[in-house]
Write a protein that binds this ligand. Structure first.
Ligand code: SF4
Length: 307
């Protein structure tokens, strides 16, 4: 266990290393608070990838999980992208293998593949277009075919189908273990404790939760909604790290987790010591084949052209 003094010394060292290495540090909204505090930018995976593309620094340290660092590499292939903890993966992204998607494509040859950004680079390379939780509905509305294969999150796929009834959405049974375990009972109980609160949930939650929330929004949508809302109390159905950022940006409002706080252990793996090591040892470089980068880039760029 590090003392506060040790942590402050580490933070100073990281800032110096970052300057010497001409690196930029990006951290996802679900990272531990001390990593969030020291980051140059905080955001969701796509916001951070766009920042990494625009950044003048040649070294990107991505405090997040593997698919996020891969997306940054796809969008900025010439830059060095470091994922400080090699094992920081996303179980949702790993729920579909390339062979399984190839099989689905053979089964539905007329369908377009729409893949959530929470996928591996190989899955993106096999997709027609990518989407995020905030633009999934718009992207599916805009694809020029009537049928889509939506991977890998079944809950987001259900939400898309509900909002795009003119298209057929074939979903894959993947899920995020953090969001899957917010239950309708949690929602009802938290509403009972805070009857005046509004409820906003992430579209990776199960359908019963999505149907009964006041707002279904991405993490970026939560930040916007929290600022705009007149409610003084807001119940939040997403990973608990988000509550730290919401509270910081809205000190006059109270935020409560929907039921017990849910933690993504993979998102909490990166510590200050990992950031220090990553900058000293250049660990761990994200390496993707040029073919994968080229094909995945097409799917990501098509998404941008649709929204
Ligand atoms: S919160 Fe869910 S989707 Fe996000 S990294 Fe963790 S497991 Fe993956």
């Amino acid at each position: 266990m590090q003392s506060d003094q040790d942590k402050e010394a580490l933070k100073k060292e990281i800032l110096k290393l970052k300057k010497d290495r001409k690196a930029i540090l990006l951290a996802h909204n679900y990272q531990i608070s001390e990593v969030q505090e020291i980051a140059d930018f905080l955001g969701d995976s796509l916001e951070l990838s766009k920042i990494s593309k625009a950044a003048k620094e040649e070294v990107i340290v991505f405090a997040g999980v593997r698919f996020m660092a891969e997306t940054a590499k796809i969008l900025s292939p010439k830059k060095k992208v470091l994922l400080p903890v090699q094992e920081a993966g996303c179980p949702l992204a790993e729920m579909i293998e390339p062979e399984q998607l190839i099989e689905l494509k053979q089964k539905y040859p007329d369908a377009w593949v729409v893949s959530y950004v929470n996928t591996t680079a190989e899955i993106k390379a096999l997709s027609d277009v990518c989407c995020t939780s905030s633009n999934a509905v718009t992207v599916v509305k805009n694809v020029p075919v009537k049928k889509v294969i939506f991977v890998p999150d079944k809950n987001l796929g259900w939400w898309v189908q509900k909002n795009v009834s003119e298209k057929e959405v074939i979903t894959w049974p993947g899920f995020c273990f953090v969001h899957e375990y917010f239950s309708l009972k949690d929602l009802e109980e938290t509403r009972r404790i805070h009857p005046e609160a509004e409820v906003m949930v992430h579209p990776e939650c199960i359908k019963e939760v999505l149907e009964n929330a006041d707002y279904v929004v991405s993490t970026a949508g939560m930040l916007k909604k929290a600022k705009e809302s007149k409610a003084k109390k807001i119940i939040v159905g997403t990973e608990e790290g988000m509550i730290y950022r919401l509270s910081k940006e809205n000190p006059n409002k109270e935020f409560y987790s929907l039921g017990n706080a849910k933690v993504c252990t993979n998102m909490k793996r990166t510590t200050l010591s990992d950031l220090r090591r990553a900058l000293i040892k250049d660990e761990y470089k994200v390496d993707l084949s040029p073919e994968t980068i080229d094909r995945a880039q097409i799917a990501l760029e098509r998404m941008v052209s649709y929204v």
